[in-house]
Design a protein around this ligand. Structure first.
Ligand SMILES: Cc1cc2nc3c(=O)[nH]c(=O)nc-3n(C[C@H](O)[C@H](O)[C@H](O)COP(=O)(O)OP(=O)(O)OC[C@H]3O[C@@H](n4cnc5c(N)ncnc54)[C@H](O)[C@@H]3O)c2cc1C
Length: 462
């Protein structure tokens, strides 16, 4: 690793085990890797210098942002035949510009999502992507995983929010597309390969993000419904009444809510009584408009009970419940996490078939489902049977249950990764289930851009 010392200042290289430790284990604490050093560049030139050294010396580079990824992509492998360096974007943390008239913000890769939210709000705008990890996830990580979150329904996932992008490619050259152009048909859109590339095709160094005008009003409500068919009927009702102003339509099943109330300090159920499913809806309208629609839904027998957030702090409490589910699951002992999508209309039928399959073939398992119903994206997680050794169950039978669930998804022509990416967690399943034409094209692109395989090997491709 001496070669890095020739091109970087001393403060950009850490080798102490204690400094490296938090970067070597993933957020779920399911995987710990090894690396010889942690590199902390603070300029694009330093990133280029690192990549050129890595290329020359045959050193593997693992890019890391906030390390909140859920598929094992941001940490190195437990064993590697080649030396490994972690590259943290922590010091690439400047917001370079904000243009409220042109609705564009340029941020370096290490900027945290909440900083982007705050900067956009400061000029009367909003950056319409939000998720539970917003206090730690970085722009580079969000781009590299093509993150989704709770506003995809209206604004799309990260791919739809990137206007321009700058990245260092595996040969050390610069992809310099940091322009805020709304229209550009000049050949292949290479930046799209980096979006969702999970660090396998280069290191994103800065991004031009699309902003929207801050909505003048926002209304948030929590509703209890009997099943997913009814939840979809409510989605249709809300959309037909409020049109494009509907920003989020999230669903949480009763088991997930119970787990939240058990593990997250200070959490309270928004509604009295039990409801099989809970819907969290947000729209950029005045409260009256959403209240009227919910009242119609109650009168029509669709909604059993509902609560409109009476204040910003109550709205924040509703959202905190939704955003704490991943943490509650971790505290509960973990689960086999699945991040699937099917056509929106197929969600209820898919859910029924998946539950039936698990009850028959994996009795005692405790599935729970929550997620972005409006996008057809469920986090359908499988908790181990009570009383078993959770860790060993998840590594053996749990993986078998995951494959069986993926077979159900395949029958629905759905996706085994709606928003978290592939990483190492789903690499084998991608190889088993993906369209062979797509896989061959992906491998050809990887081989062309990174022939020596130095960029985040084993991720996506196994
Ligand atoms: C509580 C919680 C809630 C979450 N909710 C959601 C959700 O609703 N929707 C969703 O999509 N995800 C969600 N996630 C997953 C995660 O937050 C996202 O995947 C996020 O995009 C990761 O950002 P990060 O900066 O932490 O990236 P990391 O975890 O550090 O890295 C993720 C991947 O991107 C690569 N990478 C990171 N930075 C760069 C870079 N600059 N250039 C190239 N490659 C890079 C890494 O190598 C890795 O493969 C959640 C996670 C948690 C913990």
């Amino acid at each position: 690793m001496q070669a890095f010392a020739d091109v970087l200042p001393a403060k950009a290289i850490q080798t102490d085990a204690a400094d490296l430790a938090p970067h070597l284990t993933d957020w779920r604490r399911s995987k710990t890797g090894v690396a010889a050093c942690l590199l902390l560049p603070d300029s694009v030139e330093q990133v280029q210098a690192i990549v050129r050294v890595a290329q020359r010396e045959g050193i593997v580079l693992v890019p890391q942002g906030g390390n909140t990824g859920l598929v094992g992509g941001s940490v190195p492998e437990p064993a590697s035949a080649r030396p490994v360096a972690l590259l943290s974007t922590r010091r690439l943390a400047r917001i370079r510009s904000i243009d409220s008239a042109g609705l564009c913000l340029v941020a370096e890769a290490g900027v945290i999502l909440t900083q982007v939210h705050e900067a956009a709000a400061g000029v009367g705008c909003a950056f319409p992507l939000s998720l539970g990890s917003k206090g730690s996830a970085t722009i580079g990580g969000l781009v590299s995983t093509n993150a989704g979150g709770v506003q995809v329904l209206r604004h799309g996932s990260m791919r739809a929010l990137v206007l321009g992008l700058q990245a260092v490619l595996p040969d050390g050259s610069l992809l310099d597309q940091l322009t805020p152009l709304r229209k550009d048909n000049s050949g292949y859109d290479i930046k799209q390969l980096l979006i969702g590339g999970e660090g396998t095709l280069g290191i994103v160094t800065a991004v031009a993000l699309r902003l929207v005008p801050a909505p003048p009003k926002t209304s948030v409500a929590w509703a209890g419904v009997a099943d997913l068919d009814v939840a979809l009927a409510l989605l249709a009702r809300v959309r037909s009444g409020l049109g494009e102003t509907v920003e989020s339509f999230e669903v949480i099943d009763e088991d997930a809510l119970g787990m939240l109330l058990q593990h997250i300090a200070g959490s309270r159920a928004p509604l009295a009584g039990r409801h099989s499913y809970h819907v969290l809806v947000e729209a950029a309208v005045a409260d009256d408009a959403l209240a009227e629609i919910l009242s119609d839904a109650i009168n029509a027998g669709e909604v059993a009970d509902a609560s409109l957030a009476a204040s910003l702090s109550q709205a924040a409490d509703f959202w905190k419940l939704r955003e704490s589910i991943a943490e509650a699951e971790r505290l509960d002992g973990g689960s086999v996490k699945n991040d699937i999508s099917v056509a929106v209309a197929d969600v209820p039928r898919f859910h029924r078939e998946a539950i039936t399959m698990l009850a028959q073939d994996y009795p005692g398992t405790r599935p729970l489902a929550f997620g972005h119903l409006g996008d057809g994206n469920l986090h359908f997680n499988i908790r181990p049977p009570l009383g078993c050794d959770a860790k060993s169950w998840m590594a053996s039978e749990g993986e078998s249950a995951r494959r069986a669930l993926h077979d159900v998804i395949a029958a629905f022509h759905g996706s085994i990764s709606a928003e978290h990416g592939i990483g190492t967690l789903k690499a084998a399943e991608l190889a088993r289930l993906a369209d062979p034409g797509k896989l061959a094209a992906m491998r050809a692109i990887k081989a062309a851009l990174d022939p020596n395989g130095i960029m985040n090997p084993h991720k996506i491709f196994g």
